[in-house]
Design a protein around this ligand. Structure first.
Ligand code: PLP
Length: 419
């Protein structure tokens, strides 16, 4: 397979890239100055606030404004945001919540933790996201909500899903953990659903420090409910004399995280543009590599490119997808063979029903009227796993890094050209 400079690193040649690609470096002097100023204030006043401090209020107001108006509550993680958004809807136990097949475990675990049954809708053909048709196939009289993860920064057909949900009177939560700033038909992901949940973990397009999350809604009553559910059911916004109204946990975000989030939010549009520009260059630079194609979203979709799915066509290559990926990694580009870890209903906690001890609840409850052993084959999702690999990228790749990544693809593609 190639000699000299073209010899693959996998076969003992020199890798295109010796040094690892650069760390993201998205936290800089502005965040440092803001955190210092906040800590100076804490020291000067002798007071470290814990609840709805002015920093958190400012961050939530800025986030809501970014979303085009509404209400935001900052919480401790994206998983917490989903948990709180679900609780805010005050659904009945042993009902069913439909969710797309690809998500983080934290995006689906809140469903059984609230004694509801996750119903796994297949993805739309050729997509990591579920769609209206796949959701509709699972709607039953037991359906109480729909959670729509927008995977990789590419929004699902949320207009079609809202139309379907509206017809059935079912509330929708958009899971925007991977899709801050992504757009569908020009509108921001997260601005369609009854509620939306964002992770602001430091690996996400938008972060509020190491961990964090946001619950967003345009509905004031749902916002008020979310505030209660994020804070041990405290009777926020309820009449004088009301007491804690729901068992839940304390999911509040700290002001320190909010200080970082506020700065990061200002940088978000530019970060997304830079990611899009990088992906554009990668697509152009690899256009002649016949066995792969980097994902170009449909015309209604603006991806925020949290990660990049790459299609692999084995019939156009002299190797399989796994060997191709191994060769890319050997040349210095970390890629993942597939997005398998993004199918949490294939994991032990789900297959062994490990939610409430060994009871098998909520599935095993006599109060659940559906089939507790129902399996979700998700053939479209399986086809996506088979046909795609994934790569991460970030907005701070420099020209040299982008050139190296293109050179890696070209070298590996040349080595495995079919025929
Ligand atoms: C789709 C999705 N939902 C939920 C989460 C959970 O967010 P967190 O890790 O902040 O709890 C993630 C995290 O990666 C995610 O990708």
């Amino acid at each position: 397979m190639g000699e000299g400079v073209n010899k693959l690193a996998l076969h003992g040649g020199s890798p295109v890239r010796e040094a690892p690609l650069p760390a993201r470096g998205h936290i800089g002097s502005e965040e440092l100055a803001a955190v210092s100023a906040y800590m100076d204030k804490v020291v000067a006043t002798g007071t470290l606030g814990a609840y709805q401090g002015e920093e958190e209020e400012a961050y939530c107001a800025a986030f809501a404004e970014y979303m085009g108006g509404g209400y935001a509550d900052a919480v401790s993680s994206g998983s917490a945001a989903i948990y709180v958004a679900l609780l805010a809807l005050e659904l009945e136990a042993f009902t069913e919540v439909i969710i797309g097949p690809f998500t983080d475990p934290g995006g689906i675990m809140p469903i059984p933790l609230q004694s509801m049954i996750p119903m796994i809708a297949d993805s739309a053909p050729g997509s990591f996201n579920t769609g209206p048709e796949q959701i509709e196939a699972l709607i039953s009289p037991r359906t109480s909500a729909i959670i729509v993860p927008h995977i990789a920064g590419e929004p699902a057909d949320i207009v079609g899903i809202m139309e379907l949900a509206g017809r059935h009177g079912i509330p929708v939560i958009e899971d925007c953990a991977q899709a801050h700033g992504a757009r569908f038909k020009g509108r921001l992901a997260g601005s369609f659903g009854d509620l939306s949940a964002f992770s602001t973990n430091s690996g996400k397009n938008h972060s509020s420090g190491g961990q964090g999350g946001i619950v967003f809604t345009q509905d004031e009553a749902l916002y008020q409910s979310a505030r209660r559910m994020a804070d041990r059911g405290k009777p926020h916004f309820l009449p004088e004399g009301a007491t804690n109204m729901q068992a839940t946990l304390n999911f509040n975000q700290t002001d320190l995280a909010a200080v970082v989030g506020l700065i990061q939010l200002r940088k978000l549009p530019d970060m997304i543009e830079r990611r899009q520009a990088i992906v554009g260059q990668l697509i152009e630079g690899t256009a002649d590599a016949a066995m792969i194609s980097m994902r170009r979203p449909g015309e209604d979709v603006v991806s925020s490119n949290w990660f990049l799915p790459v299609a692999f066509y084995p019939e156009r290559a002299a190797c399989d997808k796994e060997t191709f990926c191994e060769s890319l990694r050997a040349e210095g580009l970390p890629v993942t063979d597939d997005y398998r870890y993004g199918m949490p209903h294939r994991q032990t906690w789900y297959t062994e029903r490990r939610v409430f001890g060994s009871s098998g609840y909520p599935w095993a409850s006599p109060l659940y009227e559906g089939d507790p052993n129902r399996e979700f084959a998700c053939p479209n999702a399986q086809a996506m796993l088979k046909s795609h690999f994934t790569m991460t990228l970030h907005e701070n790749w420099r020209t040299r890094d982008i050139d190296d990544v293109i050179a890696i693809f070209q070298k590996v593609a040349a080595a495995y050209r079919a025929g």
